[in-house]
Design a protein around this ligand. Structure first.
Ligand code: 3EB
Length: 353
């Protein structure tokens, strides 16, 4: 076993910090870091002991150097870094949890879809290879950022080509069983960006959660693409020190149809109704009212920066002003969707490190 002897007491924590705040952290703080994600570009962080990546989606807030930091609590946590075999995946793990990232340039000469399909297959094959190697077999949460996600290539949207390649990769690794698909987000980055994928995996499987208001994405009808997207609406991870909730990218979809096309405020309210329904499901699954909207940390993907004010006003109707919300500019994977929101809920008994 790759991390034999490591303590079994991880509690996963998420923080949003500027790269300046990260630079001022002590080496003992770094010992508990699983991974760091910058938004617009790769953050300039010296001496990092953990994988550093970027989604390539610009932030719309005040701090343009904001980063997402995944950490496990407890001074007794022992980490290991990934390099057991050659891999394009950068990863770091403790006993229960693994963070990894991979970025790939599409080498397309003529703008056709072949390069995206190949890159997606390679990325997922490499990710599944690492999970097998380290025995963190269960993909919990994955974030997919693809340049020009809505552009047509070979008669189909690039997001749909991605879905075909992703589904094939799940099948090839024997992961097509629908009870084991991770929570996910899939967003569009600007032309010329690399494909950027990062993920959390675990030794124990999370519990998948679906939304009673929505068709499961893996059951979308063929009009949304020949191969359905492989993700669950949310999942709950139980750890010795508590639980974590991962809410997938969520949009203004009821059943399988987009609703409120052209009305960003109504789309935002519908999205929050979907997330509230997922929280009810999550609380039912964990058997207590552990999660509430205001206790989550949100990432809001805004297609058109000019919609930011309307989205903020709509969110003020359901969230306290103290709630953690990061706004990013990204294309959403249906042309008629103007906003997508994801969220993370942390352990009830969170402890300071
Ligand atoms: C949706 O509900 C909106 O393809 O991994 C949200 C989250 C969406 C994840 C994915 C897509 C994905 O269909 C889009």
């Amino acid at each position: 076993m790759a991390a034999a002897g490591a303590a079994t007491t991880a509690a996963l924590q998420l923080d949003y910090l500027s790269s300046e705040e990260i630079a001022s952290q002590s080496s003992s703080w770094w010992r508990n870091v699983l991974g760091v994600v910058g938004f617009e570009k790769l953050p300039a962080i010296d001496g990092a002991q953990a994988p550093i990546t970027a989604s390539m989606t610009p932030s719309l807030g005040v701090k343009d150097s904001l980063c997402e930091v995944w950490r496990v609590a407890g001074p007794e946590v022992r980490m290991a870094d990934g390099a057991a075999r050659p891999s394009r995946v950068h990863y770091r793990f403790c006993e229960e949890l693994l963070f990894g990232s991979i970025t790939l340039e599409e080498r397309s000469v003529d703008g056709n879809s072949g390069a995206l399909v190949r890159a997606t297959e390679i990325a997922y094959r490499e990710i599944f290879g690492v999970l097998k190697e380290t025995e963190h077999r269960h993909l919990i949460r994955i974030w997919n950022y693809l340049p020009e996600i809505n552009r047509e290539a070979d008669g189909d949207e690039r997001y749909r080509h991605f879905n075909s390649a992703r589904q094939l990769a799940f099948r090839d690794s024997g992961r097509a069983a629908l009870s084991t698909v991770p929570a996910a987000s899939a967003l569009g980055s600007p032309a010329g960006s690399p494909i950027s994928i990062y993920f959390l995996a675990g030794r124990q499987p999370p519990r998948m959660i679906e939304n009673p208001r929505q068709t499961s994405a893996y059951h979308y009808p063929p009009k949304f693409g020949r191969h359905s997207p492989m993700f669950s609406r949310a999942c709950v991870l139980s750890e010795p020190k508590g639980t974590n909730l991962f809410v997938s990218g969520t949009a203004s979809i009821v059943g399988h149809e987009t609703i409120h096309a052209g009305d960003v405020a109504a789309q935002t309210r519908e999205t929050m109704a979907n997330i509230a329904a997922l929280l009810d499901e999550a609380n039912r699954v964990v058997g207590s009212a552990r999660y509430s909207l205001d206790g989550l940390k949100f990432k809001v993907y805004v297609r058109q920066p000019t919609d930011l004010g309307a989205i903020e006003r709509a969110l003020a109707g359901s969230l306290r002003s103290s709630t953690s919300v990061v706004y990013l500019q990204a294309d959403v994977c249906r042309e008629d969707l103007l906003v997508e929101i994801e969220a993370t809920g942390e352990s009830a008994g969170r402890q300071a490190v």
